[in-house]
Design a protein around this ligand. Sequence first.
Ligand SMILES: C[S@@+](CC[C@H](N)C(=O)[O-])C[C@H]1O[C@@H](n2cnc3c(N)ncnc32)[C@H](O)[C@@H]1O
Length: 233
Amino acid sequence: MKKRLECIAAKIPDGTGVIDVGTDHGYLPAALAERGYRGNLLASDIGEAPLQTAREHAKEAGVENKIRFLCCDGLELCPPDAVDCIVIAGMGGDTICGILDRAEWCMDPQYLFIFQPMTRAEVLRYWLVYNEFAIVEEDLVEDGGILYSVFCARFAGHTSLKEAELFTGEYEKIASLELFPVLWEKLYRRFRKLHSSLETSGAGDEDGRLALSALICRQLEEMEPHDDDSGCI
Ligand SMILES: C[S@@+](CC[C@H](N)C(=O)[O-])C[C@H]1O[C@@H](n2cnc3c(N)ncnc32)[C@H](O)[C@@H]1O
């Protein structure tokens, strides 16, 4: 299995059950079944074609009868008492927010969520903060030259994030990650570029984007990773 999915799999605790929402190829539930995960294994996808691929993959691995396949939007057909861990990976942050919006039952501290948004992680983190979830873990994984954020959350907690942390994850949880300097560099370059293009456009700042990009740059500067060796004698 790819490093990205391995990173997710490593965060799934033994328990009642896990659902992989938007399973596509179904690699994650098949790997969990092969590795002897003892709880319920569910896999959902909005498309019948990807779900069929997942079924075939599970069949090849000899674990088809260990996984319940659900063709539905997000968590629509997931029995709330069948799982205690919900994985939503490989989709855009706004798509994930929509799935959460339509499944109010999962706003319950018994569920551990593992998210890996492909884009707009900041939208998902904002949604979680706004809806009183605690983001309990942040991680970064590089796979095939792409850097992915993987984070875990639980309802009924509290996370307070600065604007830049919506993009990076909470500083305390990411500062010591080996890949944080890579993420920092990428974001700092992006916001410096955005800020200077807004500045040179001369369009003013009616929508506040100029001030916001300046604020995010400042907050990122406060988080700048320091090479442990630099300046040491
Ligand atoms: C890029 S694949 C990600 C597959 C896998 N989760 C991964 O991380 O490798 C995205 C999958 O999500 C499915 N999907 C998109 N929106 C969905 C929704 N609202 N509910 C369930 N599945 C959805 C798509 O059909 C597609 O198979």
